[in-house]
Design a protein around this ligand. Structure first.
Ligand SMILES: Nc1ncnc2c1ncn2[C@@H]1O[C@H](COP(=O)(O)OP(=O)(O)OP(=O)(O)O)[C@@H](O)[C@H]1O
Ligand SMILES: [Mg+2]
Length: 246
C-alpha cells in the first residue's frame, strides 16, 4: 500500500495557478527530496501532505484513505526556522509534544505516563546527539543543535511521514553534513517516509532515494501564474546516493 498518493492535484489561489496536475505515489519508508525554483509551490505541496492545506482539485490519500482533515502526529514537519519553545529546556521541549499527543485536554501527563514520556524523550535525544544538553535552554544551543531539537520534537511522536522544508538551509556546511549523516542514520533505523524540500541539488541527491523536480511545463511571461508547476522529473537516486556516500 502507498503511504501517500496524489492524483491530479491542483492548487489555485484566486486566479493564480500554483500547482497543476501533480501525480505522486510514495511508498512507506521512501526518502523523497523535492527541488524547484523559488515560488513554484514546494512549501504549498508540503502543507498539503501535512494536511493543513487542501488541494483545489484532485485527490489525496494517506495510506489508501482520504486525507485526514486535520494535521496529526502521523505526519510531522520541520521548518527552516526552529520551532522550539524558549521557556522550556531541551528535554521538556521534547516531552511537551508527547503531553499534547496523549493528553489533549490537560496538555500534561502524570505519574507513570510522565515517566515513560521522559524515557522516550531521552532516547530520541540520544539518537540526535543532544542527551548531554537536555537541561539547556534553546538560547544556549547552536543552530545545528536547535535544528536537531526540532527533528527530535517531530520524531518522538513516531510519525509515518516526516516533512522537512529546507531544514538545513540556515546551517554552516560542516554542520549540515553532520545533520545529513544523522538524518540518514535515524531514517535507516526507524524507516519513516520523508519528503524534504531543499535548494541544494547535491543535498537532494545525497539524501534522497528519489529526487522530484517541480517546475512549470508552460510559461506566460505576461502572467507568471497562468500555469502551475508539476513534477517534471522523478529521478531514482537510490544507487547514486550510495556511491556518493563513499
Ligand atoms: N496562502 C496563500 N495565498 C495566496 N498565495 C499563496 C499562499 N501561499 C502561497 N502562495 C503563493 O503560492 C506560490 C508558491 O508558494 P510556495 O511557498 O509554495 O513556494 P516555494 O516553492 O516553497 O518557494 P521557496 O523556494 O521560495 O520557499 C507563491 O507564488 C506564493 O505567493
Ligand atoms: Mg518554500
Amino acid at each position: 500500500m502507498s503511504l501517500v498518493k496524489a492524483k491530479n492535484i491542483w492548487k489555485i489561489y484566486g486566479e493564480d495557478i500554483i500547482l497543476e496536475n501533480v501525480n505522486f505515489t510514495m511508498k512507506e519508508g521512501e526518502f523523497c527530496t523535492l527541488v524547484g525554483p523559488s515560488g513554484c509551490g514546494k512549501t504549498t505541496f508540503l502543507r498539503m501532505l501535512l494536511g493543513v492545506e487542501n488541494p483545489t482539485k484532485g485527490e489525496l490519500f494517506f495510506e489508501g484513505n482520504d486525507y485526514p482533515q486535520e494535521p496529526s502526529d502521523e505526519r510531522g514537519i520541520v521548518f527552516q526556522r526552529y520551532s522550539t519553545l524558549s521557556h522550556l529546556n531541551v528535554i521538556d521541549n521534547v516531552v511537551i509534544g508527547l503531553e499534547f499527543e496523549k493528553s489533549k485536554f490537560f496538555g500534561k501527563l502524570f505519574g507513570k505516563e510522565k515517566k515513560e514520556a521522559y524515557v522516550k524523550a531521552h532516547e530520541i535525544l540520544k539518537a540526535v546527539g543532544l542527551d548531554d544538553s537536555s537541561t539547556k535552554y534553546p538560547h544556549e544551543l547552536s543552530g545545528g543543535m536547535k535544528q536537531r531539537l526540532s527533528i527530535a520534537q517531530s520524531l518522538v511522536k513516531e510519525p509515518k511521514l516526516l516533512l522537512l522544508d529546507e531544514p538545513f538551509g540556515a546551517l554552516d556546511p560542516g554542520i549540515s553534513k553532520d545533520m545529513h549523516e544523522l538524518l540518514l542514520d535515524i531514517h535507516a533505523k526507524l524507516n519513516f517516509g520523508v519528503v524534504m524540500v531543499t535548494h541544494d541539488i547535491s543535498e537532494a541527491f545525497k539524501l534522497g532515494t528519489r529526487v522530484l523536480v517541480f517546475d512549470k511545463v508552460k510559461t506566460d511571461k505576461d502572467y507568471p501564474n497562468r500555469f502551475g508547476s508539476t513534477i517534471i522529473n522523478d529521478i531514482d537516486a537510490s544507487k547514486k546516493g550510495k556511491n556518493n556516500e563513499k
